[in-house]
Write a protein of this length. Sequence first.
Length: 124
Amino acid sequence: MIESLPRREREVFEILCSMKEATAASVRGAMNDAPTDSAVRTLLSRLTAKGLVRHRTENQAYVYSPAPQTGEVAETALQKLVQTFFQGSAASAATALLGMEPKLAPDEIDALQRAIDRARKDAE
């Protein structure tokens, strides 16, 4: 669904996904060539109406966060990234991602090894 969002709505949604939660002012501060505060609030309202964003009140301010289905949105975005930049190869994408991380934590290495072992077993 995020592919069909207008550029500014997609930017706001991506900012919220990376920040986990934020006020309109925080979102505006993270935007490139930020529009007015009113425009940011309008973008957040549109995303809320589309079910991609929710909000709660804290100290008389709205605090926005991505709606619970962001895992599905992330998976779709990742699939599109793999198709666009890695010719559909998840292995090439994973190799590129691993090249970006200079040092992995032991639990991350273990998780990667389990994924490799599962993939090897499924290929048999």
